[in-house]
Design a protein around this ligand. Sequence first.
Ligand code: ADP
Length: 535
Amino acid sequence: MALAFDEYGRPFIILKEQEQKSRLRGLDAHKANISAGRAVARILRTSLGPKGMDKMLQSPDGDVIITNDGATILEQMDVDNQIGKLMVELSRSQDYEIGDGTTGVVVMAGALLEQAEKLLERGIHPIRVAEGYEMASRIAVDHLERISHKFDFSDADIEPLVQTCMTTLSSKMVTRCKRTLAEIAVKAVLAVADLERKDVNLDLIKVEGKVGGKLEDTELVYGIVVDKDMSHPQMPKRIEDAKIAILTCPFEPPKPKTKHKVDIDTVEKFQTLRQQEQKYFDDMVQQCKDAGATLVICQWGFDDEANHLLMHRNLPAVRWVGGVELELIAIATGGRIVPRFQELTPEKLGRAGLVREKSFGTTKDRMLYIEQCANSRAVTIFIRGGNKMMIEETKRSIHDALCVARNLIRNNSIVYGGGSAEISCSIAIEAAADRHPGVEQYAIRAFADALDSIPLALSENSGLQPIDTLAEVKSQQIKENNPYYGIDCNDVGTNNMQEQNVFETLIGKQQQIMLATQVVKMILKIDDVITPADY
Ligand code: ADP
């Protein structure tokens, strides 16, 4: 720091750039990064598996979230360490691509970092560790492919899909109703799936929730549920064979775009204006009627005058429907979104077998069900539950189950869960390490040890003796040459995951291993950390 004076004699301080920054280099940098990454992983470790704990997070504005979903925990945690942010990003990418396994991927990365630290302390160069990890991850991905199973499913036999979704849900708060929810998720995905192209557009599945009722009351509606009601209480609550005009224009007289002044100084003038206004409304309603509409769904509101007229002319209407919902309604009913009344024609109307308004509990809450749609591709999962937190967590869990079902339609290979796939990979990698002459073999072996951390965490979280349990299962796998043995978290009595029906998707597991390796490699390659000093 130096004090200097400008040409007017005013003092100012010159800061050297270096002085503003702190810097970590070499092994110190590696160690600091590794411990930051491990700290994040440690938080998620206790949430893994069917007996994993939930986390309660409070947002700055006081909202409380209770969740078991790794991606959500990290998202809400507001991590501000750079390496911690990489872990958040890791979990997010698993969520984007696969949708499930967001906790596992972070736990895996944490374990890889822990092992790497030991190797660095023994003097192995980080690049050699990174290379060894890369080799090991490739062996693991190939091995997973080898131990995976393909299964067949059809519209009639959805059981395998349901079982896999149930495994996902078994570690969530909604595990009590996992069968019901898994069936709902699979049916929803199959309703919108294109089995020939092996593709699913999850945008067509809308997940809605309303506080009240039981979790068991959650239902799948083959159509759209909109959180709106008829604009007038005396409009019919049930319309069969509805022809729907979907409008983005408001029911109101046109407004001048610039400032205008209307002088109304006589009664006649006022009446003329009123009549004109009424004629506008009348024409609009008439245009809808002429096109043959029996229901109007409008993106905008309309004033009492229009509302009254609509009721009188027997044209039920719904107002203030959001853009996304409007689009979904249009897709489902095969209608067109119409921006001007003049453009309404019978072909542009959407069609639905039944539109009904349903009320809930003792409150004035009502929702609109649009069912038996002409093009019934869009569906809605309508969640009920005791409180808002439960509904939000159910939404997240259903999202995971939907993603799993979608992944299975894309690729119907599964591996067994409960840590069995990880143990099997660990054994395979251990064997492969012996065949590597270079220093990398230490890293490859370390990778195998890191894989063990998943079954270890599962047994720890289930209250079992982790080391004993792992050793027992591992020797069982080797002795019987059977990759299905895992951790019996729920104390069912057998640790054969095939018998327990604990499945996971192959692509999800492969992605977990690849993503975790990628991030750890990236962290290992950082040997200089420059941060602002007051950070
Ligand atoms: P993630 O967010 O990574 O999906 P979860 O908390 O859902 O994490 O835990 C998933 C892990 O729990 C997987 O390794 C899975 O195999 C295991 N698991 C799920 N259900 C069971 C079960 N019934 N028995 C043993 N392990 C299970």
